[in-house]
Design a protein around this ligand. Sequence first.
Ligand code: RIB
Ligand code: CA
Length: 310
Amino acid sequence: MIKRPIIIDTDPGVDDTIAIMLANAHPELDIKAITPVLGNVSYSFTSENALGLVEYLGIDCKIGIGADQPLFIKGMDSDGVHGKGGLGGYMLKNSGREFDGYAWDIIRDEAIKAGGELELITLGPLTNIAITFMRYPEIKPLIKRIICMGGSAYEGNITPKAEFNVWVDPDAFNYVFHSGVPIVMCGLDSTEQAYLTIDELKSMVGKDTKIKELFDHIFNFFINKRTNSTDDDKLQTIYDAITVAWALDESIGTTKKYYVTVETKGPNAGWTIVDHKGKYKKEPNVEVLETADRAKFKAMLEEMLEYYKN
Ligand code: RIB
Ligand code: CA
């Protein structure tokens, strides 16, 4: 089996957690490190959740100290969207193990070791990645590609134009999108095509697996949220998990390259402007995921539960 060295940069986060469970269920993904970043909840929670997740899943990888604030603007979080502590109220224990150094230093070291094969799967704001490229521009050619959950080719979810990860740190996204490193943007418009219904969520709860407690807690969190949603939004998108699913099997979606830039100031800060018609006359810099197959994603989650079966 050809092992793909990866680093997962994340702001766990209920959907980040399912994404990391999915990545860990595929031995071809050689998880070298998990690097937490501020985002869904404050960095104090995302970093503790990262430590706890690595131990809960028994992942043998480094854990980096990430950014607790965006590059230039004041840090904001998702204001409870991910529940108390960021995992729907589930408090993961951890043994208090030490972090293995700063995220940017770990990414640099692993990029050199992987000799150009390292892929970054990013599930939150791109602050850590931007800092890495600012401090160590020489390693950019060693990053095979970034597969990023973030942005949107059309509507936002935190403002009419901005998707949450980009909204938290628009400067980091703009910097990374213009870094020259190959990047795949798995945005809202594509990932939302791979939604799960309440009945489909319910069908995955209660399985006899090693991850039952945390998985069921998070899926019941989704089920409660969708059942009681006031805006009649009964469909659950597990954004970060769909991003990992595409990283594992690119046939679940289709992509196209466009020039994408990011609004970093004003009321539309965080808007990923996808130049579909080439109006800016600039070379395409981002591979944009445009479709995602619901049935294939659902099947990959069901296979994941089989992997963790007791
Ligand atoms: O907009 C969805 C993204 O924001 C996901 O990564 C979710 O975890 C939140 O970080
Ligand atoms: Ca996330």
